[in-house]
Design a binder for this molecule. Structure first.
Ligand SMILES: [Zn+2]
Length: 234
């Protein structure tokens, strides 16, 4: 039996003036420096972005001076990792995500697995209220880490709560302090749940930026499915 990969893009598009960022972070822009339309040899863009632009990964160095930088992350955890996608779409603004919400997936959590939190908040990307997302309770994050997981992703600006003062940073400190990474601003996780996929793999690969604390990623999830043979010789 032949098999094919069905891929879902978990990445938000990067569009100038269309990418929400934490206060003070660089805003995204892409501008043609050389233009075919002007008779130049080729099109070449100049990019302006931050290490936390759009769908991206936080490395331990984001919060810890002696933490691992994005170029030195263990790619075995980020390329083709089995993923557990948790349905949290009933959570409301600023509602905590507790271990009880995650517990039924505990038997699938172990080292090498990525836990991806689907709150449905990605639909508000770039809109008002995007930072009013549900947040991961510290104790729940601790339990995920205790299971051996080192990759935690969310379809929100942060796994931490955003208050008037900004990101509380608690879950960041715990996860990054345990040598783990956080993936933020994921997109389309609801599609994975709607398809009923359980055995999925995810790749969240950062650019190899030397000494840098984070990087935009192209995040994809896929599963394999059997394809009906097209001829009796297949
Ligand atoms: Zn970040």
């Amino acid at each position: 039996m032949q098999r094919e990969h069905v891929v879902i893009d978990l990445t938000h598009p990067l569009v100038p003036n269309g990418v929400p960022a934490c206060l003070g972070h660089p805003s995204y822009n892409a501008e043609l420096t050389f233009k075919l339309a002007d008779g130049d040899f080729a099109n070449v863009h100049t990019l302006t972005l931050g290490s936390h632009t759009g769908t991206h990964i936080d490395a331990p160095y984001h919060f810890f001076l002696d933490g691992c930088t994005v170029d030195n992350l263990d790619l075995r955890l980020l390329a083709a990792a089995p993923a557990v996608v948790v349905d949290l779409r009933l959570k409301k603004a600023h509602e905590p995500i507790r271990w009880e919400d995650l517990e039924k997936h505990a038997h699938r959590m172990r080292r090498g697995v990525a836990v991806l939190l689907c709150t449905g908040w990605s639909r508000r990307f770039g809109q008002q209220g995007y930072s009013d997302h549900p947040f991961l309770e510290l104790e729940a994050a601790r339990r995920i880490l205790d299971a051996g997981v080192r990759v935690i992703g969310a379809d929100t600006l942060s796994p931490d709560e955003f208050t008037e003062e900004g990101d509380t940073g608690q879950v960041h400190r715990l996860v990054l302090g345990s040598g783990g990474v956080i993936v933020e601003n994921l997109n389309n996780l609801g599609q994975v749940l709607d398809k009923g996929w359980e055995d999925v793999r995810v790749s969240v690969l950062p650019l190899r930026l030397s000494g840098v604390d984070g990087s935009p990623v192209r995040a994809v999830v896929w599963n394999e499915r059997p394809v009906a043979a097209t001829s009796i010789n297949d």
